[in-house]
Design a protein around this ligand. Structure first.
Ligand SMILES: *[C@@H]1O[C@H](CO)[C@@H](O)[C@H](O)[C@H]1NC(C)=O
Ligand SMILES: *[C@@H]1O[C@H](CO)[C@@H](O)[C@H](O)[C@H]1NC(C)=O
Ligand SMILES: *[C@@H]1O[C@H](CO)[C@@H](O)[C@H](O)[C@H]1NC(C)=O
Ligand SMILES: *[C@@H]1O[C@H](CO)[C@@H](O)[C@H](O)[C@H]1NC(C)=O
Ligand SMILES: *[C@@H]1O[C@H](CO)[C@@H](O)[C@H](O)[C@H]1NC(C)=O
Ligand SMILES: [Zn+2]
Length: 308
């Protein structure tokens, strides 16, 4: 997760030590890369529920509380407000009124922004979470804040479940597709408007969150309690990582690592923008009975056969 813009907003309102230093980190220079974050930002990057993690599917335990999500206004094609190069990621802010609820969350959360993590093209993967050790080409994070905080991120960051992050893996589409899916092609075409750090561009209407999440069964996911994956690494995040991947054509994936730069026009391309995996955390997933009519049917059948 990239939290720069919101932290900047928090810092204006509530100056504090961790805010003042939250800018001195990076992904590649060894003086400030992720191995240094626990030293540079001891609260909270040195904590004990840090993200991302490697998800070991066989160790995920069933939790019947993990029901289906409700996604409100994810079909609105005016939901994407602005796309920005933050110097660390590409972030898209969302209009108000986009929400999630259910999914085992204690209350509704407002969807505030999404951003991406990537490697170096489709051949050097750069997702943050890994599954059974596998790293995917990219990962999309939708950042949500408890609705009762009404967008006050300072309050959300002080609550161990103040934020809910939705993680989606992006995988290369099979075959030789070009510019697919069409809405991902359009979104990635805006990268040429935000080549240097700090540049932003108003996203024209025509793309909804549903468009970008096409092909993902959003009832199948992993859940654990973790942190922001960028300094100051606050342990305030309920993580949901979806099992299905978003399939995007190679040319669109490659655009991210070949277009945007970490500072000015002469700076390095933004590549390998992800934090390494942190120590394991307990992971849960849906109990098969609550998500699969098929298993329920099989159970009923075996009961009948058992009696016969
Ligand atoms: C890494 O950062 C340090 C301190 O800012 C700087 O002196 C050094 O030149 C940087 N190294 C590279 C390879 O950019
Ligand atoms: C980060 O810096 C350390 C040295 O402090 C180095 O061993 C490591 O390879 C670097 N990691 C990345 C991803 O650049
Ligand atoms: C499910 O939710 C209930 C009520 O919030 C809680 O008491 C219970 O521990 C939860 N179950 C699991 C497996 O987390
Ligand atoms: C979609 O979002 C825009 C921007 O927030 C809003 O003006 C519009 O009313 C929404 N449309 C629907 C159908 O909710
Ligand atoms: C990324 O890939 C390109 C093309 O393969 C290569 O030229 C470049 O050196 C790579 N960058 C890094 C940082 O590995
Ligand atoms: Zn992220």
């Amino acid at each position: 997760m990239n939290w720069l813009l919101s932290l900047a907003a928090v810092c204006v309102l509530v100056p504090s030590v961790h805010c003042a230093t939250a800018t001195g980190w990076c992904y590649h220079n060894e003086s400030c890369n992720d191995t240094q974050w626990p030293t540079l930002f001891p609260s909270y990057c040195a904590g004990s529920r840090q993200s991302p993690i490697d998800i070991v599917s066989a160790s995920a335990t069933a939790d019947s509380n993990l029901t289906a999500f409700t996604f409100t206004n994810y079909d609105n094609n005016s939901a994407l407000k602005e796309i920005k190069n933050t110097g660390k990621t590409v972030k898209i802010t969302l209009t108000s009124g986009i929400k999630i609820s259910g999914g085992g969350l204690s209350e509704p959360y407002d969807s505030l922004q999404f951003h991406l993590h990537w490697g170096n093209g489709s051949s050097v993967p750069g997702s943050e979470h890994t599954v059974n050790g596998k790293r995917y080409p990219m990962e999309l994070h939708i950042v949500n804040s408890k609705a009762t905080y009404n967008g006050d991120t300072a309050l959300a960051l002080k609550d161990s479940t103040g934020l809910a992050a939705l993680g989606f893996f992006i995988e290369e589409m099979s075959g030789n597709a070009i510019g697919q899916p069409a809405k991902w092609n359009v979104l990635s075409s805006y990268l040429s408007e935000i080549v240097t750090s700090g540049q932003s561009y108003t996203v024209p209407s025509g793309i909804s969150l549903d468009d970008l999440l096409k092909g993902v069964d959003r009832s199948k996911y992993y859940r654990y309690l973790g942190s922001l994956t960028t300094p100051t690494c606050n342990e305030a995040v309920v993580w949901t990582v979806f099992k299905d991947t978003i399939k995007v054509s190679k040319d669109v994936i490659d655009r991210f690592s070949t277009t945007v730069r970490i500072a000015d026009d002469s700076s390095e391309l933004m590549v390998e923008v992800f934090r390494g995996v942190q120590p394991a955390q307990p992971v849960t997933t849906q109990s098969s009975c609550s998500t699969s009519g098929y298993s329920l049917g099989l159970m009923a059948l075996s009961l009948v056969l058992g009696r016969g």
